[in-house]
Design a protein around this ligand. Structure first.
Ligand SMILES: [Zn+2]
Length: 368
């Protein structure tokens, strides 16, 4: 392991912009870098089907046939502002210059993968087959992962390297989420002359929202009203009002119950005031629940313990590519990758965490 080389790799990768939808330049650079490490790299046809100029990038390097093939997955896209990232190497951490994100989400794991494999090759280590899946559009709805054909994979055990937290931790549970878009139509009337002839869509929506269970529902479930718009002028009883909501839960049945309660609140208010309700519910991603005896958990534990780390497992509040791959039948685990304050201009990664992430990736490869 060469920390300086790892830091260089990381700072080079974050300087290549790859905001969601515009991953191609970065993807080509990754292809080149992993080909130099002996991987066969290819793009799928996701660019024709999802909002990105690049396909997902898949890589494989055959290894010892008696070892378990393992898959690493990272996303290539970043949130905004992710153009012109100038990484600042400080005493104990790397930050952006404060005007952009740092993109340690998700390039710290990618740099760590490169350093882990490169350093193992320098030691002529005998390794198993390694597969790589670099997705597009994760940050804007896991578009690439949804499109990716997992039947081309040789392995079944996948480490989705995409989570905050100190290396040694891992995520085994992630929620399912639903979005609701509701439009209430009342009746317009002159607010001063004949207000009794109107049905205020805004008032009806307010009543529905007031009656709705929202925010923290229980340990595993949350809900929120995100946006509300409606009406046209102060002197007109509002004919229309539109609101968007979300709900999340670690349990599918709890999510279903929560969504039903939200819809019920909307329906009740509309019925009472003779307004019309139109709504749609979209489930954004499936839940993730990894069993403690999954091969990914066992392998991760063994790898972490070999480095003297204490493996710990917890739940997260957001979805990622892992939710999608798990639903497609892969045995996934999301190791913590050290990234901190991701999705903000304050994002940083501690040098210690970057180093132990690369060591952990090495240990996962050699333990498999
Ligand atoms: Zn991420």
């Amino acid at each position: 392991m060469n920390l300086e080389r790892l830091i260089n790799e990381f700072t080079e990768l974050v300087a290549i912009e790859s905001e969601s939808g515009n991953e191609l330049t970065f993807a080509k650079e990754l292809k080149r870098r992993f080909e130099a490490l002996g991987f066969t790299m290819s793009f799928d046809d996701a660019a024709d089907h999802v909002p990105s100029n690049s396909g997902n990038l898949y890589g494989i390097r055959q290894g010892e046939p008696e070892r378990r093939p393992i898959i690493f997955s990272c996303h290539m896209d970043t949130v905004t502002p992710g153009v012109g990232i100038k990484p600042q190497i400080k005493a104990d951490r790397i930050t952006s210059d404060g005007t952009t994100i740092l993109a340690s989400d998700d390039k710290a794991p990618i740099a760590s993968l490169i350093e882990a494999i490169r350093s193992l090759d320098e030691e002529n280590a005998e390794l198993g087959t390694i597969e790589l899946v670099f997705s597009v559009g994760e940050e804007v709805g896991m578009h690439g992962a949804r499109h990716f054909d997992v039947s081309r994979l040789q392995g079944k055990t996948m480490f989705v390297l995409d989570s905050s937290g100190t290396p040694g931790k891992a995520i085994v549970q992630a929620p399912t989420a639903a979005r609701i878009k509701a439009t209430i139509t009342g009746r317009a009337a002159h607010a001063g002359l004949q207000p009794e002839k109107g049905i205020s869509a805004i008032s009806v929506m307010s009543e529905a929202i007031t009656a709705m269970p929202l925010l923290r529902i229980d340990q595993e479930t949350t809900a929120n009203v995100g946006t509300i718009t409606g009406g046209s002028a102060t002197n007109i009883v509002a004919e229309q009002c539109e609101a968007t909501f979300e709900a999340r839960s670690l349990q599918k049945d709890k999510l279903d119950r929560q969504v039903a309660a939200m819809v019920e609140a909307l329906e009740t208010a509309c019925r009472k005031h003779d307004a019309t309700l139109d709504y749609e519910v979209n489930t954004s991603y499936p839940p993730l629940l990894v069993s403690q005896d999954s091969p990914a958990v066992k392998l991760f534990k063994e790898a972490a313990e070999s480095l003297g780390l204490t493996p710990t497992f917890s739940a997260t509040g957001g979805g990622s590519d892992a939710n999608i791959y798990a639903e497609k039948g892969l045995e996934v685990l999301i190791p913590a990758c050290g990234m901190s304050d991701a999705h903000s201009v304050n994002e940083y990664i501690l040098l210690d965490d970057l180093e132990s992430l690369a060591q952990l990736v090495r240990a996962i490869i050699t333990t498999a």
